[in-house]
Design a binder for this molecule. Sequence first.
Ligand code: O2Y
Ligand code: MN
Length: 595
Amino acid sequence: MTYTVNNKKLNNWVGEVARLCQPDSIYWCDGSKKEYDELMAGMVASGAATPLKQRPDCYLFRSDPSDVARTEERTYIATPTRDEAGPTNNWIDPNELKTTMTALYKGCMKGRRMYVIPFSMGPIRSPIAKIGVQLTDSPYVVCSMRIMTRMGEAVIGALGVDGDFIPCLHSVGAPLAEGQKDVPWPCAPMEKKYVSHFPQENLIWSFGSGYGGNALLGKKCLALRIASAMASREGWMAEHMLILRLKNPAGKQYHIAAAFPSACGKTNLAMMVPTIPGWKCETIGEDIAWMKIAPDGRLHAINPESGFFGVAPGTSYASNPMAMESVKKNTIFTNCALTDDGDVWWEGMDGAPPAHAIDWKDGHWTPANKTPAAHPNARFTVPASQCPVICSDWEKPEGVPIDIFIFGGRRSNVVPLVTEAFDWDHGVFWGATAASETTAAIVGEIGVLRRDPFAMTPFCGYNMADYFRHWLEMGDRLGNKAPRIFYVDWFRKSPDGRWLWPGFGENSRVLKWMCERVEGRAGAKTTPIGYLPTESDLDLTGLNIPEENLKQLLEVDIDEWRAEARSIEEFFAQFGARFPERLTRQLRNLEKRLG
Ligand code: O2Y
Ligand code: MN
């Protein structure tokens, strides 16, 4: 160790875990570039990482084929009672779960080194930030955490002698016997994987997976599941939201936080290049927002992360030029394909596919192959600071004041391009009823409509009905300083399956309408589901879009919405007595307006 740790809770916990997991050695991470380079060099030497000739300081990793995404069915919220976790979470009694996992952790780090990673979610010492410490036996996780969080010695300084932290225990669950050769991506079989949260203790235990949200515990586990439970107890918000700053030609700034389920183009929207002349978008965050009511009475947001863990397939200069520019150096790629000239490639990248590549399973691949070269959930892990449109205030400790909330999902029908909520409660109703067609970001069936309130179903660390109540109460506290709420669907299709809206940079036209609504300048028509722009309320200058598309994008089909209301009623029923009456009232009001 190159620094001294005087925090008793931390020293005791590290000793206790070491006795249980029995690593060969313990290494305290300082967070330096030198340390990162040494760990990478070790992984290159062992065959776990491949340096990329075409991109400076970039590495490719291939995961085990069984360990490619978040595993929701192995993710648990262990509250004292099942009711506290609610119907949308997997629940196990905390004592039972600890007994099972303690047995798995026993000796699980034999033959490996245990790394201690002190990290801060949010700028170190920000009033909104929280400190975590992850113990892990994966050097890949250490390097990824260095990108995704503020990590190392500086955090130990901020923790001090008696500062508190969130303990995050992680093991890939693959001990090595004496002389046993390691595999490139060690992990445990599915039935031994656990991603466990103990919200009452602010504690995370993850076992058996080395991938993404299962293993980089600052992200989904801490910054969403544990933080959402803390936020509800402490009166703030931890949300699955991007944060962006939009500037109009006069230089006026609007801060937007938007929640979309996994793989709905959140990263693309966060870094969008507006097509409307004079408008500019700057990125603050692309996945998670932590928000507190500031002394000015407004909701201020920070991005608790310091990197992007973005989906590679589909990312191109056409869909997200800023992400493409971001990943030119200092990036970890996971499960992308390797080209013969030493670059990465994935489906949906610009240009023609390579004539030959090594696919994510380390096999030979040509365009004639039936399977994709990159896994659909292949990822890039990159410092946020490398994004060309990163906002100059993205690390402001007090955050930025939010003007607009957007909810959305991937719906090929029913939901219009954009709708403004009548008021806060109506907006919360929109958030609570959000739905999306599933994609490859999680293990499971693809293309099924799943209701995903606030895009938080996989990430809410307590009963979702209590979470809805928390949103309603935050609105009461914010009063007339509450952000305005909108709902969007960029993914509408015509009956014959064509996209109706071009999306990407053209979405700035919709954002412009929202900003003008905030200013009281743009018009709207009142419909049973909310305020909708008419064609003339949207700035469509220079956009060549068929009249028929616009008609479909901005219409409310009463019969479809009556069916939607019935489906919402069924969805709400699962929450039972804990469900807030104010949201039932919203549903009844919708039914009345639909007639
Ligand atoms: O954690 C994973 O394996 C992929 S899921 C993910 C990664 C980054 C940002 N968001 C998500 C998500 O599922 O929402
Ligand atoms: Mn996400």
